[in-house]
Design a protein around this ligand. Structure first.
Ligand code: PHE
Ligand code: CO
Length: 285
């Protein structure tokens, strides 16, 4: 989602439709861009078998987009058949309302442009590699797919309740940076992690960050940082936990949250189900 941006957006918003979609200019990607995609893909593909959840890995393998930047027109029939989702091409970040409307209608917006080679390790704005590699495989999972649709509907409702900050935190700590307990141990399903070379090993192996059991109200009341590895990860037991916890009407939740001061990203609270307490030295004080 758009969040707060203080710099000019990078995409070309000139030729879009009113819903911000464009045609994916697939034939216009250069050989160098396809090559950069392959390099990005290979690095992440070597890490996800160990660090991402099985649902992600199975879908990624079925998609097989290792050869170059994917053509959305080829992916959509498969995705529609699996979960009735589709991906739509967009110039870049979207206004919140537009983003929510797409999700509420089972359309996932994917940015059309690819980062530059200098941004191989780190990019601020989401590009096609983050959006596609990170997000699209999980859209094949029926429960996660339903969660994301519900999130979009919830977003449209939250706008009128002045509650977008709370919902943005939920998206951040689940869809972008969520961890999940599996029979093979802790894994991630978060797109922000899955598209990052450094954070994939870090989120599971590092002693630095907290790993705390999923708690909806706790998450919606916890600030996050966008420019460092996360200091706290929240861990779901399965996608059903996520779906069920978010099914109730949030209106009374928001009323409660409006009266509270948010927690800092590194805090561990008395009620937390602590799977791992972060050892980061900066938290020692
Ligand atoms: N149930 C929430 C509401 O009533 C909507 C929601 C669903 C929000 C899933 C986030 C995730 O507002
Ligand atoms: Co994302």
């Amino acid at each position: 989602m758009a969040g707060e941006t203080d710099h000019k957006l990078r995409g070309n918003y000139e030729h879009m439709r009113p819903d911000y979609t464009v045609d994916q200019p697939w034939r216009e990607y250069s050989q160098a861009e396809h090559e950069l995609w392959r390099r990005l893909y290979q690095r992440q593909a070597s890490l996800v078998p160990k660090y991402a959840c099985q649902e992600f890995n199975d879908s990624l393998n079925a998609l097989d987009c290792s050869a170059g930047i994917p053509d959305f027109a080829e992916v959509n029939p498969k995705l529609k058949a699996a979960t009735s989702w589709e991906i739509v091409a967009v110039p870049g970040l979207l206004p919140d309302k537009t983003f929510f409307e797409h999700l509420a209608n089972r359309r996932f917006p994917v940015t059309v442009w690819l980062r530059t080679p200098e941004e191989f390790d780190y990019i601020v704005e989401p590009d096609i590699f983050h959006d596609f590699f990170g997000h699209v495989p999980l859209l094949f999972n029926p429960v996660f797919a339903d969660y994301l649709e519900a999130y979009g509907k919830g977003g449209l409702k939250a706008e009128g309740l002045n509650a977008l900050d709370f919902l943005a935190r939920l998206y951040w700590y689940t869809v972008e940076f969520g961890l999940i307990e599996t029979r093979k141990g802790l894994r991630t399903y978060g797109a922000g992690i899955i598209s990052s070379g450094g954070e994939l090993p870090y989120c599971i192996d590092s002693a630095d960050p907290n790993r705390i059991g999923f708690d909806l109200m706790r998450i919606m009341n916890t600030r996050y940082k966008i420019d460092t590895y996360q200091e706290t990860y929240f861990v779901i037991r399965d996608f059903k936990e996520l779906f069920d916890a978010t099914a109730p009407d949030f209106t009374p939740y928001y009323a409660q949250l409006h009266g509270k001061a948010p927690h800092a990203p590194w805090e561990v609270l008395p009620g937390d189900r602590v799977l791992h307490r972060g050892q980061s030295p900066r938290r020692a004080a």
